[in-house]
Design a protein around this ligand. Sequence first.
Ligand code: IMP
Length: 165
Amino acid sequence: MKEMGGRHILALCVLKESYKFFADLLDCIKALNRNSDRSIPMTVDFIRLKSYCNDQSTGDMKVIGGDDLSTFTGKNVLTVEDIIDTGKTTQTLLSLAKQRNPKMVKVASVLVKRTPQSVGYRPDFVGFEIPDKFVVGYALDYNKYFRDLNRVCVISETGKATYKA
Ligand code: IMP
Protein backbone atom coordinates (compact mmCIF):
# COMPACT_ATOMS: atom_id res chain seq x y z
CA MET A 1 0.00 0.00 0.00
CA LYS A 2 2.89 2.33 0.84
CA GLU A 3 4.57 1.62 -2.48
CA MET A 4 1.38 2.52 -4.32
CA GLY A 5 1.83 6.08 -3.10
CA GLY A 6 -0.93 6.11 -0.50
CA ARG A 7 -3.51 7.62 -2.83
CA HIS A 8 -6.34 6.50 -5.13
CA ILE A 9 -5.46 3.12 -6.69
CA LEU A 10 -6.81 1.92 -10.01
CA ALA A 11 -6.63 -1.88 -9.72
CA LEU A 12 -6.50 -3.52 -13.14
CA CYS A 13 -7.52 -7.16 -13.47
CA VAL A 14 -5.90 -8.87 -16.43
CA LEU A 15 -8.54 -11.37 -17.52
CA LYS A 16 -9.20 -14.13 -17.57
CA GLU A 17 -6.38 -15.78 -15.66
CA SER A 18 -5.98 -13.31 -12.81
CA TYR A 19 -9.60 -13.07 -11.65
CA LYS A 20 -9.09 -15.33 -8.60
CA PHE A 21 -5.92 -13.58 -7.44
CA PHE A 22 -7.50 -10.20 -8.17
CA ALA A 23 -10.51 -10.98 -5.97
CA ASP A 24 -8.31 -12.36 -3.15
CA LEU A 25 -5.87 -9.44 -3.35
CA LEU A 26 -8.65 -6.85 -3.30
CA ASP A 27 -10.24 -8.53 -0.30
CA CYS A 28 -6.89 -8.24 1.43
CA ILE A 29 -6.47 -4.55 0.49
CA LYS A 30 -10.03 -3.86 1.70
CA ALA A 31 -9.18 -5.51 5.04
CA LEU A 32 -6.03 -3.36 5.35
CA ASN A 33 -8.08 -0.29 4.53
CA ARG A 34 -10.64 -1.13 7.20
CA ASN A 35 -7.92 -1.44 9.83
CA SER A 36 -5.97 1.70 8.96
CA ASP A 37 -6.53 5.33 9.99
CA ARG A 38 -6.61 6.53 6.40
CA SER A 39 -8.42 4.39 3.88
CA ILE A 40 -7.20 4.56 0.30
CA PRO A 41 -9.93 4.84 -2.33
CA MET A 42 -9.81 2.19 -5.01
CA THR A 43 -11.52 1.68 -8.36
CA VAL A 44 -11.32 -1.44 -10.51
CA ASP A 45 -10.98 -2.00 -14.21
CA PHE A 46 -10.67 -5.08 -16.42
CA ILE A 47 -8.70 -5.89 -19.52
CA ARG A 48 -8.47 -9.12 -21.49
CA LEU A 49 -5.30 -10.37 -23.16
CA LYS A 50 -4.55 -13.51 -25.14
CA SER A 51 -1.24 -14.81 -26.43
CA TYR A 52 -1.21 -18.56 -25.74
CA CYS A 53 -2.26 -21.67 -27.68
CA ASN A 54 -1.65 -25.07 -25.99
CA ASP A 55 1.35 -24.39 -23.71
CA GLN A 56 3.14 -22.03 -26.10
CA SER A 57 3.10 -18.26 -26.45
CA THR A 58 2.05 -17.26 -29.96
CA GLY A 59 4.15 -14.10 -29.56
CA ASP A 60 1.17 -12.12 -30.78
CA MET A 61 -0.60 -10.44 -27.88
CA LYS A 62 -4.20 -9.45 -28.42
CA VAL A 63 -6.13 -7.04 -26.21
CA ILE A 64 -9.64 -8.39 -26.57
CA GLY A 65 -12.10 -6.30 -24.66
CA GLY A 66 -11.80 -4.32 -21.46
CA ASP A 67 -12.12 -0.60 -21.00
CA ASP A 68 -10.22 2.06 -22.84
CA LEU A 69 -6.75 2.47 -21.28
CA SER A 70 -7.29 6.25 -21.27
CA THR A 71 -8.77 5.81 -17.78
CA PHE A 72 -5.11 5.35 -16.65
CA THR A 73 -4.15 8.98 -17.20
CA GLY A 74 -2.81 10.52 -13.96
CA LYS A 75 -3.69 7.44 -11.89
CA ASN A 76 -1.70 5.06 -9.69
CA VAL A 77 -2.35 1.81 -11.52
CA LEU A 78 -1.87 -1.61 -9.93
CA THR A 79 -1.89 -4.23 -12.67
CA VAL A 80 -2.77 -7.66 -11.33
CA GLU A 81 -1.39 -10.64 -13.25
CA ASP A 82 -1.63 -14.38 -12.87
CA ILE A 83 1.78 -15.51 -14.09
CA ILE A 84 4.87 -14.01 -15.69
CA ASP A 85 6.47 -16.51 -18.06
CA THR A 86 8.70 -14.88 -20.69
CA GLY A 87 7.47 -11.47 -19.50
CA LYS A 88 6.55 -10.39 -23.03
CA THR A 89 2.81 -10.02 -22.31
CA THR A 90 3.40 -7.74 -19.33
CA GLN A 91 6.05 -5.70 -21.12
CA THR A 92 3.64 -5.12 -24.03
CA LEU A 93 0.82 -4.20 -21.66
CA LEU A 94 3.10 -1.81 -19.76
CA SER A 95 4.17 -0.06 -22.95
CA LEU A 96 0.49 0.36 -23.95
CA ALA A 97 -0.37 1.62 -20.45
CA LYS A 98 2.52 4.11 -20.33
CA GLN A 99 1.31 5.76 -23.54
CA ARG A 100 -1.67 6.92 -21.43
CA ASN A 101 0.56 8.79 -18.94
CA PRO A 102 -0.47 7.17 -15.67
CA LYS A 103 1.12 8.64 -12.53
CA MET A 104 2.58 5.21 -11.81
CA VAL A 105 2.06 1.61 -12.91
CA LYS A 106 3.06 -1.30 -10.70
CA VAL A 107 2.57 -4.97 -11.39
CA ALA A 108 1.59 -7.70 -8.92
CA SER A 109 1.80 -11.28 -10.13
CA VAL A 110 0.88 -14.31 -8.08
CA LEU A 111 3.40 -16.48 -9.98
CA VAL A 112 6.70 -15.92 -11.77
CA LYS A 113 8.20 -18.76 -13.80
CA ARG A 114 11.95 -19.41 -13.76
CA THR A 115 12.52 -19.83 -17.47
CA PRO A 116 15.50 -19.35 -19.80
CA GLN A 117 13.04 -17.70 -22.22
CA SER A 118 12.55 -14.78 -19.82
CA VAL A 119 13.15 -11.33 -21.26
CA GLY A 120 14.41 -10.36 -17.80
CA TYR A 121 11.24 -8.59 -16.70
CA ARG A 122 10.38 -8.83 -13.01
CA PRO A 123 7.12 -7.53 -11.52
CA ASP A 124 7.07 -5.15 -8.54
CA PHE A 125 5.22 -7.64 -6.32
CA VAL A 126 5.64 -11.42 -6.59
CA GLY A 127 3.68 -14.17 -4.85
CA PHE A 128 5.70 -17.29 -5.69
CA GLU A 129 8.49 -18.27 -8.05
CA ILE A 130 7.86 -21.59 -9.77
CA PRO A 131 9.89 -23.98 -11.98
CA ASP A 132 9.59 -23.89 -15.77
CA LYS A 133 6.44 -26.07 -16.00
CA PHE A 134 2.97 -25.34 -17.38
CA VAL A 135 0.58 -24.91 -14.47
CA VAL A 136 -3.21 -24.80 -14.24
CA GLY A 137 -5.83 -24.01 -11.60
CA TYR A 138 -6.59 -20.89 -9.48
CA ALA A 139 -8.01 -19.44 -12.75
CA LEU A 140 -5.02 -20.44 -14.90
CA ASP A 141 -6.06 -22.56 -17.86
CA TYR A 142 -4.80 -24.93 -20.50
CA ASN A 143 -6.90 -24.20 -23.61
CA LYS A 144 -9.71 -23.00 -21.30
CA TYR A 145 -9.69 -26.14 -19.13
CA PHE A 146 -8.84 -26.40 -15.42
CA ARG A 147 -9.55 -22.77 -14.40
CA ASP A 148 -11.96 -24.15 -11.83
CA LEU A 149 -9.30 -26.06 -9.84
CA ASN A 150 -8.79 -24.51 -6.41
CA ARG A 151 -5.09 -25.30 -6.37
CA VAL A 152 -2.23 -24.62 -8.77
CA CYS A 153 -1.15 -27.90 -10.40
CA VAL A 154 1.41 -28.91 -13.02
CA ILE A 155 -0.38 -30.36 -16.04
CA SER A 156 0.90 -33.79 -17.12
CA GLU A 157 1.88 -34.71 -20.68
CA THR A 158 -1.26 -36.90 -20.86
CA GLY A 159 -3.38 -33.94 -19.79
CA LYS A 160 -1.77 -31.74 -22.43
CA ALA A 161 -2.41 -34.33 -25.16
CA THR A 162 -6.02 -34.90 -24.06
CA TYR A 163 -6.92 -31.18 -24.01
CA LYS A 164 -4.82 -30.07 -26.99
CA ALA A 165 -6.45 -27.33 -29.12
P1 IMP B 1 4.40 -14.38 -21.08
O1 IMP B 1 4.09 -13.31 -22.07
O2 IMP B 1 5.28 -15.45 -21.70
O3 IMP B 1 4.98 -13.86 -19.79
O4 IMP B 1 3.07 -15.14 -20.76
C1 IMP B 1 2.16 -14.69 -19.80
C2 IMP B 1 0.79 -15.26 -20.04
O5 IMP B 1 0.88 -16.57 -20.59
C3 IMP B 1 0.04 -15.44 -18.75
O6 IMP B 1 -0.72 -14.29 -18.43
C4 IMP B 1 -0.81 -16.66 -19.01
O7 IMP B 1 -2.01 -16.28 -19.64
C5 IMP B 1 0.01 -17.48 -19.98
N1 IMP B 1 0.80 -18.51 -19.30
C6 IMP B 1 2.14 -18.58 -19.24
N2 IMP B 1 2.54 -19.66 -18.54
C7 IMP B 1 1.42 -20.28 -18.15
C8 IMP B 1 1.16 -21.45 -17.36
O8 IMP B 1 2.05 -22.18 -16.86
N3 IMP B 1 -0.16 -21.77 -17.18
C9 IMP B 1 -1.19 -21.03 -17.68
N4 IMP B 1 -0.99 -19.92 -18.41
C10 IMP B 1 0.31 -19.54 -18.64
